[in-house]
Design a protein around this ligand. Structure first.
Ligand code: NAD
Length: 356
């Protein structure tokens, strides 16, 4: 098969880690007989430096022409003093909107080999966990009516949470379909004891659950979910959330895995084109040193194969190669024990491609 992949390398460590993922994808192409065509486009600070805006039209058009998009990260101190609409990070909202990415998939997995990096109690970490957070990305309070007004106590500000049945059903369907490919369990997060949007959320999820008799579905209040994530993360398979609850819970989940350098993400639309990126930022403190952990971006490429191209065996090959290097004790600086030797970005990429 032949696939066109847009590369948005971005800033800081972005170019280093995207290039690692490209090397791994090239190894997959050879092993499985595919053709991946990579086309780079400017985004973030690199785009500001080159053409004066963080998200050039040519980048949006190129992504829309591609089968999928791989993003490194954007931002850095060089551009921190620019006005809001010219900041590199502005490009992220713009590209998500242009591609209609309403689903955010964030796996949070504790690799057995890395359980010592987990900040949770040993008895909790010992069970490991493998959670997939399915977060709604284009609705809710981040996109609702907002403003300032005069209130009872003078100036006040307000934000509005609004969800339609359509938006809830659309994201819930993604969660149920995802669960079918995993351990068939969905935990739907809401605050139905207080919020009207949550009551519609819960009702809509229950109605849809009737179509998925083979998937176990339960509700959990968001405050309880925040506690359960640190008390017993192994209980979760797929966690379905609104935009804001998912923003908060997915960061909590990423922290209990022990390293930000390992976690991939996928943002999906209603077609097969998605955008795949590590959850971390551009790490300006280590940019150019060749020591960034490429695994989050490499695993993002695996998600691209699985979710955009339906290439499960190829995705498995990458994920197994990553597990294998970790099981063999290979570490980059961020996950090595203090004083232990570690691999550079290029050496870790070599080790993964060799196992493919
Ligand atoms: P960050 O994720 O870039 O870095 C936080 C810490 O984690 C740093 O110490 C960094 O060295 C380390 N780290 C991150 N990724 C790593 C990797 N792959 N390997 C090893 N260590 C890694 O977050 P930050 O420092 O808050 O932000 C830096 C810049 O990135 C800012 O300009 C911010 O706006 C931007 N940012 C971009 C995105 C994105 O592009 N999606 C996301 C978050 C932050």
């Amino acid at each position: 098969m032949k696939y066109e992949i847009a590369l948005l390398r971005g800033d800081g460590i972005g170019p280093e880690i995207v290039d690692s993922a490209v090397r791994v994808l090239k190894a997959i192409a050879v092993k499985f007989g595919h053709e991946f065509i990579f086309t780079p486009y400017l985004i973030g600070g690199a785009a500001i430096d080159e053409v004066g805006v963080p998200l050039p039209d040519a980048t949006v058009e190129g992504c829309l022409r591609s089968d999928s998009v791989l993003l490194g990260a954007v931002g850095g101190p060089k551009w921190d003093t620019l006005p809001g609409n010219l900041r590199p990070e502005k490009a992220l909202l713009g590209i998500r909107k242009a591609l209609g990415l309403f689903t955010n998939l964030r796996p949070a997995r504790l690799y057995p080999a890395l359980k010592d990096s987990c900040p949770l109690r040993e008895s909790v970490a010992a069970n490991g966990f493998d959670i997939m957070i399915v977060r709604e990305l284009t609705g809710g309070i981040y996109f609702g009516d907002r403003g300032y007004r005069e209130g009872k106590y003078g100036e006040e500000a307000f934000d509005t949470e609004c969800y339609s049945r359509f938006e809830i059903e659309r994201i819930a369907r993604v969660a149920f379909e995802t669960a079918k490919k995993r351990r068939s369990k969905v935990t739907s997060i809401d605050k139905a004891n207080v919020l009207e949007t949550s009551r519609l959320w819960r009702k809509t999820v229950h109605e849809l659950a009737a179509e998925y008799a083979d998937v176990e579905c339960s509700d959990m209040l968001v405050d309880n979910a925040a506690m359960q994530l640190v008390k017993n993360p192994a209980q979760f398979d797929v966690v379905l959330t609104s935009n804001m609850f998912g923003d908060i819970l997915s960061d909590e989940a990423s922290q209990i895995t022990g390293s930000i350098g390992l976690l991939p993400s996928a943002s999906l639309s209603d077609n097969t084109r998605g955008m795949y990126e590590p959850i971390h930022g551009s790490a300006p403190d280590i940019a150019g040193k060749g020591i960034a952990n490429p695994i989050a971006t490499i695993l993002s490429a695996a998600m691209m194969l699985r979710y955009s191209f339906s290439l499960s065996a190829e995705a498995d090959a990458i994920e197994n190669a990553v597990s294998s290097v970790l099981n063999d004790g290979l570490r980059t600086a961020d996950i090595a024990a203090k004083g232990d030797p570690f691999l550079t970005t290029a050496e870790m990429t070599d080790a993964i491609t060799e196992r493919i």
